[in-house]
Design a protein around this ligand. Structure first.
Ligand code: 16G
Ligand code: ZN
Length: 544
């Protein structure tokens, strides 16, 4: 039939790279950009089928985030704007690895039958396409278009060069029947930011607003987008550097700054004392930092500390709402606020959050795990130390906030607290971690508190840590449990790691297979930098 011949014809144009076993990892497929044409084409097919199955708009993003400029990747956004459901990952792998168009067709037909997709009929499908600034993105986007077009009834809409979070936001917004252009994104962010500014208590709001913020755009898509956003903001002075003139992610960006703990290209002694921030290549990660005098080193304000700032602000609003004596609007129970971290969270951060009385839980690395966990709460805050995170509000809780906002006395503290939380839910991306909305929320909270970045950075002091990677032939040989803190395979390794950890006061160490590279990662933390380095090195030897 028409559908069959369409697929066979289109898919015979490209085949997967010889000898490679492709796997839909933590963040979709990643490889050298020149190898990805067939994979992206096939993900176009998958996205169209997902749209048919769900009756909703699906997103397809072409990016390799913080990786080298020659790399690229592809991932799919589900109707909620979140990551592709994990149930479809095996299908993604089977598609990507089908050696020829006939196998591909068989894989598709079997899957369509298994999950019951209205296929080849009159149902319509819609896929939003986006890409970052990588040169290979252009021809890969064409491949994605072809993939979508190989499914009868499916059409793609090219959103052009966008940040990863912008594409996820657009998918979510469309499926909620909202305005969903890039301009609408800026309108929503800037208006909720303004709303939070207006709600700053009298007397505060002078400290941070007087001085500027410098943003390192990683020479990626984020710099240009933050320039767009800036035009719609007042009450904030932002200077953008590394806006695309240099090589993407090379000595710049959130990943570099967080891992190397040194100043990015384009920053130096003249910036001492100024609040600085780094985005990654596709602007879904954010860290802050301070340039140290006479040194390459920086004071890093990482994802954990951004999370601590957000948690403090949310908790402050909740304590006002909890005091509410108004019988009508009192919640039947206290708001369930959850803090979600990974094993990479600095031990000092975890201690600090727990000491605030907050519920802290852990998941494996990867946004899909953190996001899913955070969504179980009324308000769930998740962050990876690397700067990816957001604040999620449940639909029920948002309804309650709307009601409280309407029913409490105009101008009362309760009403302000409810309004602030509502504004946060509109400002901070509900689909995925978003550096642009993250910057705005950090900035407005600093103004709200009347804090400098120094005051913020002093909330707690990070334990020294070290990250290493060990090249291995087969990373899948290492299997972990308990949110990646315990190695269960190969046997004996965890015991050997425990012996090493025992040698260092405040020592903590874990290993995990990377979800994006053929390496085993080692993380160690201890009371001194030297001890953290030693611990990491000796555990790396065990792995080798
Ligand atoms: C991906 C993940 C990120 C995680 C990182 C770990 C998403 C969108 N991104 O970039 O959350 O921290 O992988 O990489 O899920 P690794 O497994 O190589 O250490
Ligand atoms: Zn990224």
């Amino acid at each position: 039939d028409q559908q069959k011949s369409l697929l066979l014809k289109a898919s015979s144009r490209t085949s997967p790279p010889q000898g490679a076993q492709l796997s839909y990892g933590t963040a979709g497929f990643r490889a050298d950009g020149s190898l990805l044409e067939s994979t992206v084409y096939r993900m176009g097919i998958l996205a169209a089928l997902r749209s048919l199955k769900t009756g909703s708009v699906i997103g397809l993003m072409i990016t390799a985030s913080h990786n080298k400029i020659c790399d690229n990747g592809v991932k799919v956004a589900d109707p909620s704007g979140g990551m592709l459901t994990q149930e479809w990952e095996p299908f993604a792998n089977a598609l990507a690895n089908s050696p020829d168009s006939h196998t591909l067709l068989q894989v598709i037909e079997a899957f369509v039958k298994m999950v019951d997709i209205p296929f080849g009929g009159t149902q319509e499908a819609q896929v939003l396409l986006g890409r970052d600034t990588r040169p290979s993105g252009e021809f890969l986007l064409e491949a994605a278009k072809q993939g979508v077009a190989s499914i009868v009834g499916a059409r793609s809409i090219d959103m052009g060069v966008v940040t990863t979070p912008q594409l996820h936001w657009m998918v979510r917004a469309r499926n909620k029947g909202m305005e969903a252009s890039e301009h609408d994104y800026y309108v929503q962010l800037s208006s909720s930011f303004r709303c939070l500014l207006e709600l700053i208590p009298q007397g505060n709001g002078t400290n941070a607003s007087n001085n500027k913020l410098i943003v390192d755009g990683a020479d990626g898509v984020g710099g240009e987008k933050i320039e767009n956003l800036k035009k719609m903001l007042s009450g904030l002075c932002i200077e953008v550097r590394n806006c695309g003139g240099g090589e993407l992610n090379e000595g710049v960006g959130a990943d570099y700054v967080q891992k190397e703990k040194v100043v990015p290209r384009g920053f130096g002694p003249a910036d001492v004392g100024i609040r600085c921030a780094s985005l990654d290549g596709d602007a879904d990660r954010l860290v802050y930092f301070l340039v140290q005098p006479n040194s390459e080193k920086i004071d890093l304000v990482d994802g954990d500390k951004i999370m601590a700032l957000f948690a403090l602000f949310v908790k402050e609003q909740l304590s006002v709402l909890d005091e509410s004596e108004d019988g009508k609007t009192n919640r039947p129970q206290c708001t369930r606020l959850g803090i979600v971290q990974t094993a990479y969270a600095n031990g000092a951060a975890t201690d600090y959050l727990k000491q605030l009385g907050l519920e802290v839980v852990f998941t494996p690395t990867g946004v899909k795990y953190l996001h899913e966990k955070a969504a179980e709460y009324d308000i769930g805050i998740y962050f990876e130390a690397n700067g990816h995170g957001t604040v999620l509000f449940s639909e029920n809780y948002l309804c309650w906030l709307e009601n409280t906002n309407k029913e409490t006395t105009e101008g009362s503290e309760q009403q302000k607290a409810a309004s602030r939380l509502l504004a946060v839910s509109k400002l901070i991306n509900q689909a995925v971690g978003d550096a642009l909305s993250g910057v705005l929320l950090v900035e407005v909270i600093l103004q709200h508190m009347g804090w400098s970045i120094h005051k913020w950075n002093d909330l707690y002091h990070d334990l020294p840590s070290r990250q290493l990677k060990v090249q291995v032939v087969d990373r899948s040989a290492v299997v972990t449990e308990n949110a990646e803190t315990v190695v269960v395979k190969p046997a004996g390794i965890q015991e050997a790691i425990d012996i090493e950890i025992g040698k260092y006061p405040k020592g903590r160490c874990f290993i995990r297979p990377s979800g994006t590279e053929d390496v085993i990662r080692v993380y160690a933390e201890a009371f001194t930098q030297e001890a953290a380095d030693d611990l990491a090195n000796s555990v790396a030897k065990i792995v080798d």
